[in-house]
Design a protein around this ligand. Structure first.
Ligand code: BV8
Ligand code: ZN
Length: 247
C-alpha cells in the first residue's frame, strides 16, 4: 500500500489543481452505512424504494422515518481520518474542489470549504410546493409526522432523489473545474450512480491522471493510474503525509 500511496503523492505533487470526488465509503469509518455495502441501509428496503419522489408521494411518513433514522446516526457520528485528510489536501493545494455524493455534511464538519454537494444535504429541507429551503430540524426517531411549510406544502429532505435531476449549476461547476484539473482522486464510491459515475471517464478522456481509493474494484479501477484497495481512513492520511514529506 505504501508504494501506491507514494505514486499517488507523486501525481498530486505535480498538480496545481486537484479534483476530489467522494462517495459513501469515505463516511463508512464514521459508522455511516453505505448504500450498497453488506450492511445495506435500512431494514429490507432498497434505497431505490425510498430515495425517490414516488416513494415520498406514496408514503411521506415512511420516507421521513428513514431520513430521521439516518439523521440521528449522522448527528452522533464524527468525521473520520479520511475526512480530515481531504481537509489537509485542500489546505496544501493551490486549487482544489471536493465534489461529494454524500449528504451527511461530514466533510463540512471536518473543515472542508470548497465543497459541491452533488446530491444535496440531509440537514436541509425543501418545500415540495414553494421550494423554500431551510435547515432541517433533527427529528427524534419516534416522531413520525411529516413536517410542513408555512405555505402548507410538505417539507422533504433537500437531497437529489433517483429520477431527479442534479442541480444544473452544481453539475456545470463540477465539469468546469474538472476541465482545469491535473489530478483526480476518486474515494469511496462504487461508481454505480449517475451522473457521478461519469466523472472517471471524463477525467480519462481529458487525459487527467487519476487515483482511486476503495475496498473493492469498481467499473473504473482498470482506467485509473493508481488504484489503492484499502480503507480511505488509512490511505488518504498516508498520501497526504507522503505529499508533505518528500517534497
Ligand atoms: C438522474 C441522495 C436524470 C439521496 C443519492 C441506468 C443506467 C444509468 C443511469 C440510470 C439507470 N437507471 C436510472 C439511472 C439514473 C440514476 C442512477 O444512476 N441509478 C443507478 C442506481 C443505476 N441516477 C439518477 O436518478 C440521478 N439523476 O439521472 O436524473 C434526469 C435528468 C433530467 C431531468 C430529470 C432526471 C440522481 C442520482 C442521485 C441519487 N441520490 N443520494 C440520499 O442519500 O438519501 S445517491 C446515493 O448513492 C448516495 O448519494 C451515495 O453516495 C450514492 C452513490 O453511491 P456511493 O457513494 O458510490 O456509495 P455506495 O454505497 O454505492 O459505494 C460505497 C463504496 O465505498 C463501495 O465501493 C465500497 O467498496 C466503498 N467503501 C466502503 N467502505 C470503505 C470504502 N472505500 C474506502 N474506504 C472504506 N472504509
Ligand atoms: Zn412552502
Amino acid at each position: 500500500m505504501q508504494e501506491e500511496c507514494q505514486q499517488a503523492a507523486e501525481i498530486l505533487r505535480g498538480a496545481s489543481s486537484i479534483f476530489v470526488m467522494t462517495g459513501a465509503g469515505v463516511s463508512a469509518e464514521s459508522g455511516i452505512p453505505t448504500f450498497r455495502g453488506a450492511d445495506g441501509l435500512w431494514r429490507d428496503y432498497s434505497v431505490q424504494d425510498l430515495a425517490t419522489p414516488e416513494a415520498f408521494r406514496k408514503n411521506p411518513r415512511l420516507v421521513w422515518e428513514w431520513y430521521r433514522w439516518r439523521q440521528n446516526i449522522i448527528i452522533k457520528a464524527q468525521p473520520n481520518p479520511a475526512h480530515y485528510a481531504v481537509v489537509e489536501l485542500e489546505r496544501v493545494s493551490e486549487h482544489f474542489l471536493l465534489l461529494t455524493q454524500n449528504v451527511d455534511n461530514l466533510h463540512q464538519r471536518a473543515g472542508s470549504s470548497n465543497v459541491l454537494e452533488l446530491h444535496g444535504n440531509i440537514f436541509r429541507v425543501r418545500c415540495s410546493d414553494c421550494g423554500k429551503v431551510s435547515p432541517s430540524p433533527c427529528f427524534a426517531e419516534a416522531s413520525c409526522d411529516v413536517p410542513t411549510c408555512e405555505c402548507g406544502g410538505l417539507l422533504r429532505p433537500d437531497v437529489v432523489w433517483f429520477g431527479e435531476a442534479i442541480p444544473s449549476t452544481i453539475w456545470t461547476e463540477s465539469l468546469d473545474y474538472l476541465n482545469t484539473a491535473q489530478a483526480v482522486v476518486l474515494c469511496g464510491t462504487s461508481g454505480v450512480v449517475w451522473p457521478a459515475a461519469a466523472i472517471p471517464g471524463i477525467a480519462k478522456e481529458l487525459g487527467i491522471r487519476s487515483i482511486e481509493i476503495n475496498l473493492e474494484p469498481t467499473p473504473f479501477s482498470s482506467t485509473v493510474d493508481v488504484s489503492i484497495m484499502n480503507k480511505a481512513g488509512e490511505v488518504l492520511p498516508r498520501i497526504v503525509k507522503a505529499l508533505s514529506t518528500a517534497a
